[in-house]
Each structure stands twice: as structure tokens, then as C-alpha cells.
Design a protein around this ligand. Structure first.
Ligand code: NAD
Length: 299
């Protein structure tokens, strides 16, 4: 079965979701309001398909067919009505997401989903005419490499909507877990805890980012350390999630000053070329110097 997908937001996650959906034979309309980001997403998708062909994972014809399944749009108003699935992947801000979801609902999708990492589905559902068709589909970064899909069930989500999402996960080649609607769900709540503490450890001078990460990779068999993961996710994205979790659970999720300062300085991780590491063409090339920002230690 092939679905008609709409993905809203062509950032890190939106383009990944579009790539995976197109690769599973679904037609995708990718909606991005920022023309520069839209163009960058199209380039990045082309690069991903070229790499897949070079590595022998796809034939040139398959890659061309996948590419042809994705259409870039600049507004939801350009999208045809009654798609099977809408996945919202705009930045982690409640007001913005609510506005996008309300707009998306006017298309009358069979399934409406948010890729939120931390905002309760119940809060996002406020103002929706059909909250029973809405739930969280929390994909992981990079979407094409990560098997997990967290299916987040809100208080109003219908049983058949959850069942449809679990079936959809299978059609996308993902392995779902179904979780209750609590801020941070199962994964972000634990993952962000580790990331924030690692940042406090950098601020306290316990060790440099590479050694802290190495300790977790070798000592705990994590595939990637918490600081490198923060760079991959985006420091701004992690800061937004930390603030959401702080509002829900209190100051144990208060963002460290170092994280706030790095984001204010535009050091957002891999996407900006620098975070806890320096990055060139998406590849980690060395530790970044954060010493000038760590004066006060952690708080
Ligand atoms: P991002 O900033 O890379 O991309 C968001 C995109 O949405 C931007 O290109 C922005 O221009 C676009 N946008 C903003 N308003 C829009 C609108 N009204 N219509 C269409 N496009 C709009 O963010 P991201 O990292 O892709 O994160 C998106 C969501 O996914 C967030 O909720 C985040 O918490 C979640 N998430 C992120 C990760 C990660 O590793 N980055 C992992 C899982 C979930």
C-alpha cells in the first residue's frame, strides 16, 4: 500500500522523513516556508540518493524514482486535500506547532502526526477538530539509519489511529514502541538528561568533550557519546527540549548556561559547523574550543 504523505518542515528531520517515505514508495509533498532551507533540503536529498547509488544500496533508476516522488511546496495551501498522512516537523515551539497542525487538519488527513521530541500530544491537540486522528510519530536522527519510531498516544487518540501508526511504521521499515503521552516520552527524557549532565561536566572542567564521549562509548557501549549526539541533534533543538522538560518536571532539566551561551553564539553543532566539536562537510574534524564560555562552571 502506498500512502500520500505530507511532511511539514524540511529541516534535519523533515528531509529525513521525506527520504524514508519516498524510499518506501510513498508520494511525498515536503512543505518548507523558508526557500533557502527548501533548496538546501532538495540538494541534501539528491546527495543522499547519489550516495546510496555509489554504495550500491540503490540502482540509479530506483534513486531517480525515489527523487521523483518528492515534491517541494512552500505552503500547506499548495497541498492537495485528503492525504493519508501529515507529519509535522517544524521547530519545537508549542505555538508554532499548534498553528501548523490546525492548518494541516484543514487538509483532512486520515492520520495527523507530530514529530515533537518533548511536547505532550495533549497540548498539541488543543484546538484540533479531530484529536482522535492525531498522535506523535517520533522519528530519530538520521531518520534513514535509525530503526526506532516512538508512537506517542494522546488522551484523545483513537485506538485505530494508534493501530494505523504502528502499521505505517512497518511500511516505513521502522520498529515502533507505543508510549504514553508524558513530556519527553521514553527517549528524550533519558537522552536529554545524559546530554545536559555531559554539558555541565564540560563546564566544570571534568574532561574535554571527546574524552567524556569516549568514556560513554567505551565504558557504557553507547554508539555515540552524549556531546557528539547533542551536536548531531542540534544544540538549539536540545535547548528547546530542555526548556520544555524544565517546565514539566522542574529544574532537574534546567538548561546549563554553557548550552544557552553556545546557542546564543550560533554554535549549533554539525549543522552550523561548530558545537562541542568542529565539523566540515558533515564530518567531525576535532574538538571545538569552548573554554571561553565555561568561566562560571555549571549551575
Ligand atoms: P530544523 O530547525 O532543522 O527544521 C525545522 C524546519 O521547519 C525549518 O527548515 C523551518 O524553516 C521549517 N518551518 C518553520 N515553520 C514552518 C512552517 N510554518 N511551515 C513549514 N516549515 C516550517 O528542526 P529539526 O531538527 O528538523 O526538528 C523538527 C522537529 O523534530 C522538532 O520538533 C524536534 O524537536 C523534532 N526532532 C528533532 C530531532 C533531531 O535530532 N534534530 C530528532 C527527533 C525529533
Amino acid at each position: 500500500m502506498s500512502d500520500r504523505f505530507v511532511v511539514v518542515g524540511a529541516g534535519t528531520m523533515g528531509l529525513g522523513i521525506a527520504y524514508v517515505a519516498a524510499g518506501a514508495d510513498h508520494a511525498v509533498e515536503l512543505v518548507e516556508v523558508d526557500p533557502a532551507r527548501g533548496a538546501a533540503a532538495v540538494d541534501r536529498l539528491a546527495e543522499l540518493w547519489d550516495t546510496a547509488v555509489r554504495r550500491g544500496k540503490l540502482t540509479a533508476d530506483q534513486a531517480a524514482a525515489n527523487r521523483a516522488r518528492v515534491t517541494l511546496r512552500t505552503a500547506l495551501a499548495e497541498v492537495a486535500e485528503e492525504p493519508d498522512v501529515v507529519v509535522e516537523a517544524v521547530p519545537e515551539r508549542l505555538g508554532l506547532k499548534r498553528a501548523v497542525l490546525r492548518d494541516a487538519e484543514t487538509l483532512r488527513p486520515a492520520l495527523l502526526a507530530s514529530n515533537t521530541s518533548s511536547i505532550p500530544i495533549a497540548e498539541l491537540a488543543e484546538g484540533l477538530a479531530h484529536p482522535e486522528r492525531f498522535l506523535g510519530l517520533h522519528f530519530f536522527n538520521p531518520v534513514w539509519a535509525m530503526a526506532l519510531l516512538e508512537v506517542v498516544v494522546g488522551p484523545a487518540t483513537a485506538g485505530e489511529t494508534t493501530a494505523a501508526a504502528v502499521a505505517l511504521a512497518g511500511r516505513l521499515g521502522k520498529d515502533p514502541v507505543v508510549v504514553r503521552d508524558m513530556p519527553g516520552f521514553a527517549t528524550s527524557r533519558l537522552g536529554v538528561t545524559l546530554g545536559l549532565e555531559a554539558i555541565r561536566m564540560v563546564a566544570d572542567g571534568v574532561a574535554g568533550p571527546a574524552d567524556i564521549d569516549k568514556a560513554m562509548v567505551l565504558g557504557y557501549r553507547h554508539p555515540v557519546g552524549p556531546l557528539e549526539l547533542t551536536d548531531l541533534v542540534g544544540l538549539d533543538v536540545r535547548l528547546d527540549i530542555a526548556r520544555t522538560l524544565q517546565a514539566a518536571y522542574g529544574d532537574r532539566f534546567a538548561p546549563p548556561r554553557l548550552l544557552e551561551d553556545l546557542v546564543a553564539a550560533g554554535r549549533l553543532g554539525r549543522k552550523s559547523g561548530q558545537g562541542f566539536y568542529r565539523w566540515a562537510d558533515g564530518v567531525r574534524v576535532g574538538e571545538a574550543d569552548v573554554t571561553e564560555l565555561t568561566g562560571g562552571g555549571s549551575r
